[in-house]
Design a protein around this ligand. Sequence first.
Ligand code: SF4
Length: 71
Amino acid sequence: MAEMSETNESGGRPPGPPNCLKCAYFKVTWNPDFPRSCEIFGIKCRNLPSREVFLAAGGHCPSFRLKKGLK
Ligand code: SF4
């Protein structure tokens, strides 16, 4: 059985939109117009990247990875 690449607090796929603020791929930019970014999708935005992913793809981000040190 294939191992899932994304994890959340419960160790499985998030049931809803993942919390980018807890994701290892989330970064803050210096651009006040686009202060949030996602390394995986290469986007900079005003909203949380997971919202942009949902609007573009019609599904929740499948790439969430919990930051080290967070629970
Ligand atoms: S990989 Fe997904 S959850 Fe992580 S920052 Fe990007 S959009 Fe958010």
